[in-house]
Design a protein around this ligand. Structure first.
Ligand SMILES: [Zn+2]
Length: 272
């Protein structure tokens, strides 16, 4: 089939939606069925900073069905070197509210829920309730570990990505299939400080875009998501590498996870 062949409308995609997503539907193998999977999917974005903001933006414009944005705090002037969902005139206002407003401007078809809270043991079940995939984009170990535990317990795929200066990493956590965060990082870095690392907005934005790409692949079954692999890069000299990673069978978080996987993995068979 030629890439510019007419697309047959499906009952669950309007003519307007087919027109809106026309350019991504030109990918060989990306069909209206893939688009409807995106439309049906719900994603938790835990952290609306440079990473999560970029990921949320590109999931929204790609036609994700709904986004749940979780982030505690207000916008500060020092956030503005990496924020593209928020504006200078709204410094001092809640970040998640601004992100929701901007995403609705970008794509009014997307349902957006905003939760002005950190990820904690007390709310992680509620944050994950009903979502197909979670994006880990908070700048501290505690919230990432809490999200990891919640995703493993709930059999929800999670995309883990982090940056520091010009460097970054990303890997997908599919409970019972791939290593979890604790398998690979059983201990926190004692030197780490939440606001004590350098950030170039272009680096966090790039990594956020890769998160969105992996999420789209996991949700739709289009492409090859990274499984049991970690992407590590240093944009200082533009070195990119992929490493094989393995589960720790005695991991206290996922070591006894033998139950059936639910969510997008089961539906799409993307990593069967
Ligand atoms: Zn584990």
């Amino acid at each position: 089939m030629k890439n510019n062949a007419p697309i047959t409308p499906r009952p669950d995609l309007s003519e307007l939606e087919l027109e809106r997503y026309k350019r991504q539907l030109m990918h060989r193998g990306f069909t209206p069925e893939h688009q409807t999977r995106l439309k049906a999917a719900s994603v938790l974005v835990a952290g609306i900073g440079g990473l999560g903001g970029a990921a949320a933006t590109y999931l929204a414009v790609a036609g994700i069905g709904s986004l749940r944005l979780a982030h505690y705090g207000t916008l500060t002037v020092s956030n503005m070197n990496r924020q593209t969902l928020m504006t200078d005139e709204r410094i001092g206002e809640a970040r998640v509210l601004q992100a929701k407003d901007r995403i609705k401007e970008l794509n009014p078809h997307v349902e957006v829920e905003n939760i002005n809270e950190r990820t904690s043991d007390g709310n992680v079940c509620d944050l994950l309730n009903g979502v197909d995939i979670a994006l880990s984009a908070r700048p501290n170990f505690e919230e990432r570990r809490t999200l990891n535990k919640g995703c493993v317990k709930g059999h929800i795929p999670m995309i883990e990505a982090a940056m520091n200066g010009m460097e970054g990493y990303l890997f997908n956590i599919i409970p019972n299939v791939t290593p979890c965060l604790h398998c690979l990082y059983p201990e926190d870095d004692p030197e780490w400080e939440e606001m004590g690392f350098p950030v170039l907005g272009a680096v966090s934005g790039m990594l956020g875009c890769i998160m969105a790409i992996e999420a789209i692949k996991l949700i739709t079954g289009f492409g090859k998501p990274m499984l049991s692999q970690m992407l590590v890069f240093n944009t200082f000299d533009m070195e990119y590498r992929k490493f094989r990673v393995r589960r720790n069978s005695s991991c206290p978080v996922c070591g006894n996870c033998h139950e059936k996987i639910h969510g997008v993995s089961e539906i799409k068979g993307a990593y069967a």
